[in-house]
Write a protein that binds this ligand. Structure first.
Ligand SMILES: Nc1ncnc2c1ncn2[C@@H]1O[C@H](COP(=O)(O)OP(=O)(O)OP(=O)(O)O)[C@@H](O)[C@H]1O
Length: 678
């Protein structure tokens, strides 16, 4: 095994001989290194790589871990090692065993489509819907919360609609709306069945239920999965545990996690999964790692202080193996523009004078939205950057248009797909489309549809739509070809529909979609996998960000990331944006200790990404509001309120252009001066 220096405890974890292990460890103590090392170790010991499944929260970290394992072994030993998210893993299992899971010819729908289905349901059940004053998106949230946390409908409504309140008035309201919500959610379930749709949570539930109740399924999968390596175990939720539990019988668990970095409770994550590990997993052991290899002690001192301030006891105090360094800097700024300019100038100075590349800089924000001014300044100053978090390639409207054509061929009963595909064409609105769809749903099978679709729609549109359907059906064994043909038949209309930014932004996505298609054996696979996974870093070729392609040649770029997408990342220089009152913690979370503590962990994750230099910015205006005696805002719980002065160096923006001091009243000028008229 190459590239693997391990300390004694890490070595013990990597070479663990028992059945199930939880590596419980603080930030930067080598959890990722342990997973990588473990996979490589197992392969070297002779375990077949395809029987090792690595589970992570993002596709990006799955790829990274797999690549690192491959790099640490020789001779392509890890070629067939599999790393994926929970959703994508379940999807792969369903695709591989369509009969076992009973889900052949189903379509996976993304959250956007889920919302469309729920809207259709609310339209159908207008009486119930009008009686509840809950939006379709909220209904989806209730449904998903209940399934992910495995709580009943009453509790899910309480949590998602009434912020967890338990007073009598709330109870009465819940009693009134619960039966109506039940009708709507049941109608949603039925619609899913009719359309043969699988939403994200279904993927997990289908696999979980089959395995829990069917011994034969467990037997079949026991040949497939021998070792489960699970990253970020603190962020697993009850549904994920429900899925994992039956695997205890057939596979060895190797989990790594840090309870102080649990930041997904809004998805139902339960960091107690970590605390209950020994109880839930028979024959298991826990190993603790405490030496931090990432950051200098000053950065850890600030992070340790933050977590010690919490009423929850994390029993964590990180000690740096690297020794002392620079104190973190707290930069007070008076606007977002000032903050953005400070960061840009600092990065440029590091680049030109301190010989650091752009990739040594990581910028962390609670939300993508907040980073827009920063992105604008970077563009202006020509600083290359990529963003993590935000809209995915397959979610862009123009891509969805073309994919809708593929969807309806893949699944004739896919009403959402039909609605999008039909209304794409000029002259077909939702009402007309609805009528065509009822005719289409009567076709026996795709062949019947191919033969009669143009007549069912009629006119020149019918011809065009029928022609596209037939072409895709003909090429369904060659996904790339199917995409090429579909695109060429839709190109003119696409260019017209998106004429505002067609040339600059959208057109160049289609060659990439074609290339993406080349990776899949069937249209169904492209649709379900493609929807689930961001097409980023596809085979190391073009890199897709949002809906744009960046040239992969430019590898040196700053990363702008949400904290939630920054798990596992690290950088020489980190900027944590807007650590201001009302943001850390959020103003709207102040009534719940759990949410306050989650925000604290978010900040903890952000601070512990830095190796050498840490800049924390905050808005002076919001500090001033909190400090005003009459503002009534003294209870902000601001995390940095009591920050000991010795932990940071306070600084103002050194790049400020200082305005020259002028007098207050303007002098008069005499324009008759300066000319000699003689
Ligand atoms: N034994 C070691 N010797 C030298 N460096 C190490 C060792 N273990 C880990 N590191 C380095 O420390 C840094 C953090 O390691 P790693 O990313 O595996 O930690 P982690 O526990 O997964 O962190 P986090 O949970 O904060 O993302 C990396 O740069 C890694 O290369």
């Amino acid at each position: 095994m190459k590239n693997h220096i391990l300390n004694e405890k890490q070595k013990k974890a990597v070479e663990f001989e028992g059945e199930h292990l939880l590596v419980l460890a603080g930030a930067g103590t080598g959890k990722t290194r342990c997973i990588v090392g473990r996979a490589a170790y197992l392969i070297e010991k002779g375990v077949q790589p395809e029987k090792i499944q690595i589970l992570t929260f993002t596709k990006r970290s799955a790829n990274e871990i797999v690549e690192r394992v491959k790099a640490s072994l020789t001779d392509n030993q890890a070629q067939s090692l599999n790393g994926s998210t929970f959703h994508s893993w379940c999807n792969q299992l369903i695709v591989r065993y369509p009969n076992l899971f009973g889900a052949a010819s189903y379509t996976v729908i993304d959250p956007d489509d889920q919302l469309s289905v729920m809207k259709m349901v609310c339209g159908d059940q207008i009486l119930e819907y009008k009686g509840i004053r809950i939006k379709p998106q909220q209904l989806i949230d209730i449904y998903s919360y209940g399934r992910n946390t495995r709580q009943n409908l009453t509790n899910s409504i309480r949590e998602k609609v009434f912020k967890g309140k338990t007073d009598e008035e709330t109870n009465d309201e819940i009693d009134i709306i619960r039966p109506k919500v039940e009708i709507l959610l049941k109608a949603y379930q039925q619609k899913k069945g009719e359309g043969r749709y699988i939403d994200y949570d279904d993927l997990l539930l289908i696999v979980a239920n089959r395995l829990r109740n069917d011994e034969e399924a467990r037997k079949i999968l026991s040949h497939q999965v021998k070792h489960l390596l699970i990253d970020e175990f603190q962020d697993t939720n009850p549904l994920q545990w429900f899925l994992l539990e039956p695997f205890l019988e057939i596979a060895n668990f190797y989990c790594v996690g840090d309870d102080a970095q649990s930041i997904y409770s809004f998805r139902g994550a339960d960091y107690k999964n970590v605390h209950l590990f020994k109880e839930r997993v028979p024959n298991s052991e826990i190993l603790i790692l405490d030496k931090n290899y990432r950051s200098t002690q000053e950065i850890l001192d600030l992070s340790n202080w933050l977590i010690e301030e919490s009423p929850l006891d994390y029993k964590k105090k990180l000690v740096s193996s690297r020794g002392e360094g620079m104190k973190p800097k707290l930069i007070n700024v008076s606007s977002q523009w000032e903050e953005a300019n400070f960061i840009a100038e600092n990065i440029l100075e590091n680049f030109t004078e301190n010989n650091k590349n752009f990739a040594s800089h990581l910028i962390l924000s609670k939300s993508t939205y907040y980073t827009k001014p920063l992105q604008a300044v970077f563009i202006q100053k020509k600083i290359p950057y990529v963003t993590y978090g935000g809209r995915k390639f397959m979610e862009a409207a123009h891509i969805k248009d073309v994919v809708s054509a593929l969807r309806v061929v893949n699944n004739l009963y896919d009403e959402i797909g039909w609605m999008r595909f039909l209304t794409f064409w000029d002259g077909i609105g939702e009402i007309k489309a609805g009528k065509y769809i009822s005719k289409i749903l009567e076709f026996k099978d795709p062949l019947d549809c191919a033969q009669n679709l143009d007549d069912a729609i009629g006119g020149p549109e019918g011809e065009k739509i029928g022609d596209i359907y037939n072409t895709i059906l003909l090429n369904s064994g060659n996904v790339k070809r199917a995409i090429q043909e579909t695109y060429s038949k839709m190109e003119l209309s696409l260019a017209f529909k998106y004429r505002k930014d067609w040339e600059e932004k959208r057109k160049s996505d289609f060659p990439v979609l074609e290339m993406l298609g080349d990776n899949y054996a069937s249209i169904g696979q492209l649709i379900s996998e493609g929807i689930l996974e961001n097409a980023k870093q596809l085979n190391g070729n073009p890199v897709l960000e949002g809906s744009q392609i960046n040239d992969s040649e430019i590898k040196d770029h700053v990363i702008i990331s949400t904290v939630h997408s920054a798990k596992g990342l690290e950088a020489d220089v980190c900027y944590v944006l807007n650590v201001s009152p009302k943001v850390y913690p959020s103003a709207w979370n102040l009534d719940k200790e759990e949410s306050i503590e989650e925000d604290r962990r978010v900040l903890y994750v952000a601070l512990t990404r830095a190796k050498n230099e840490l800049y924390v910015t905050r808005d002076t205006n919001s500090i001033n509001t909190v400090k005003t005696p009459n503002s009534g805002d003294t209870n902000s719980n601001y995390f940095l309120e009591e920050l000991p002065g010795n932990l940071v160096e306070q600084a103002t923006n050194p790049y400020l252009i200082i305005k020259p001091k002028d007098i207050l009243t303007p002098n008069k000028i005499d324009l008759s001066l300066g000319m000699d008229f003689s």
